[in-house]
Design a binder for this molecule. Structure first.
Ligand code: NDP
Length: 468
């Protein structure tokens, strides 16, 4: 008998935890996984929630177990597997059923899936989910793209399972078709920048100040009660205090310095470039991960060039305070850029993205959750049409208070040969953004010289050419 109110396909890290979260919130959930042994394992570990879980070994049994109209969450590996899963489900589902792709889809795939399902009678939702394993189990941040009526139908269950920030659910409808997955992509792009800047500051403490992991952990731990208070800062101090049982050393010291990436950071950069919106902090972070992966080349280059002597070392609390402020300044640039990219996409795709709402649903549950996002939510609520976060009164004040520290940290790092590409990008971004007369007049002259591209004059209308 069909008694489930919702279904989840894919019982990997995210799907299994999401299903348990749904059951925990009082909903009866049917589950299915391509590999049956995983379904059986899941059923065995559901414990007291088993009463509200129907584990199915075939797709037919899964669909039959859900009361129509059926909401079905697909939480499988992004890309081709999602298309395969949709193709397998389509003949089994009925008009009005809702398919929700909750994986990390490229929003362009989501838009294609929307148009492929148009006229099929099935409703599609592209849903970004952030929070990792713990978020999926205890409350993630949920970013929904689709029609508003489709959202209304699944809103109760999605708000129930989402994280709560001071009681407010971190789940929202953000716009039509690819809006949810686009916002999730930019969330991840910002996450890349946040993590990279934290790693850069860690690098200054380790390689310039000569601090060991536990001492650096103490600094991050202290910062977690100040303006940098965030999940990423918290886990950084926790990570830095963990010891490797095998070697007895801090675990970070035995981890290979080559970062992985699955695509969302790169997609953020590609989309920002397509729209012509600078996202230099995210670009720097993505490039830093790529450079980190070139381990062998880096070793050869170090053997050839060596590393600079650490000179002009400034020590003491003032340096640590500078690092904290530099991180805050870098964060402002990264978030300003991420939100600017979303604003451009909103115009381009007609999504009408609610910026304050996006900041609100990122305040809890997701990986970049922080106090800082509450301030962004307030800034956008006060000025919904703000062109750039740095121009809102509260963030302009933040920049003024941290700008000097950012410059000292970046220049000190550069003088000592320490890579701080994301923090340095923040300085370059800000200096370019706040300068009314830049240097592109020369670029325009060069373009006209070699390509007759023409230029505008300060003192006259129309297109002009130089006397070359
Ligand atoms: P896992 O690797 O833990 O699980 C992958 C799941 O996808 C398994 O259930 C697997 O089934 C299924 N799968 C793979 N290929 C196919 C296919 N061709 N047909 C049907 N099912 C398939 O992944 P996660 O749970 O970590 O990730 C799931 C999605 O959520 C991804 O899009 C990921 O990017 C996204 N995500 C992940 C987060 C995380 O922190 N892990 C955070 C936010 C989003 P089988 O058991 O048969 O192999």
């Amino acid at each position: 008998m069909a008694e489930a109110e919702i279904g989840v396909i894919g019982l990997g890290t995210m799907g299994s935890n999401l299903a348990l979260n749904i059951a925990d919130n009082g909903y009866h959930v049917a589950v299915f996984n391509r590999t049956t042994s995983r379904t059986r394992e899941f059923a065995e570990t559901a414990g007291p929630l088993s009463d509200r879980v129907t584990a199915c070994e075939t797709l037919e049994a899964f669909v039959a177990a859900i009361k129509p109209p059926r909401p079905v969450i697909i939480m499988v590996k992004a890309g081709e597997p999602v298309d395969q899963q949709i193709a397998a489900l389509r003949p089994l589902m009925q008009s009005n059923d809702i398919l929700i792709d909750a994986g990390n889809a490229n929003f362009r795939d989501t838009m294609r899936r929307f148009s492929e399902l148009e006229g099929s009678g099935l409703t599609f939702i592209g849903m970004g989910v952030s929070g990792g394993e713990d978020g999926a189990r205890n409350g993630p941040s949920i970013m929904v793209g689709g029609t508003e009526p489709a959202w209304r139908r699944v809103e109760p269950v999605l708000t129930a399972i989402s994280a709560k920030y001071k009681g407010e659910p971190c789940a929202a409808w953000l716009g039509e078709n690819g809006a949810g997955h686009f916002v999730k992509t930019i969330h991840n792009g910002i996450e890349y920048a946040d993590m990279q800047m934290i790693a850069e500051v860690y690098g200054v403490m380790r390689d310039h100040l000569g601090m060991d992991a536990p001492s650096i952990a103490g600094v991050f731990s202290a910062w977690s009660t100040g303006p940098l208070d965030s999940y990423l800062i918290d886990i950084t101090s926790e990570v830095l205090t963990a010891y490797d049982p095998k070697s007895g050393q801090p675990i970070v010291d035995v981890i290979v310095d080559a970062a992985g990436q699955k695509g969302t950071g790169r997609w953020s950069v590609i989309e920002s470039q397509i729209m012509g919106v600078p996202a230099t902090a995210i670009e720097a972070a993505v490039a830093a991960r790529s450079l980190s992966a070139m381990r062998e080349q880096r070793a050869v280059a170090q053997a050839r060039f060596g590393l600079p002597e650490q000179s002009e070392r400034r020590e003491g609390q003032a340096v640590i305070e500078d690092l904290e402020k530099a991180l805050l300044a870098g964060k402002v640039a990264a978030y300003a850029q991420g939100f600017a990219v979303m604003a451009a996409a909103s115009d381009e795709f007609g999504w009408n993205l609610p910026m304050a709402e996006i900041a609100r649903i990122w305040r809890a549950g997701c990986i970049i959750r922080s106090q800082f996002l509450d301030e962004i939510a307030t800034a956008y609520a006060e000025r919904p049409d703000t062109g750039n976060l740095v121009m809102t009164p509260s963030f302009a004040t933040k920049i003024e208070a941290t700008d000097g520290a950012l410059r000292r940290v970046v220049s000190q790092a550069v003088l000592n040969g320490l890579p701080v590409p994301a923090l340095a990008s923040a300085v370059g971004y800000f200096d370019s953004y706040r300068r009314a007369r830049g240097t592109a007049n020369l670029v325009q002259a060069q373009r006209d010289f070699f390509g007759a591209h023409g230029f505008e004059r300060l003192d006259e209308e129309g297109e002009h050419h130089g006397p070359w």
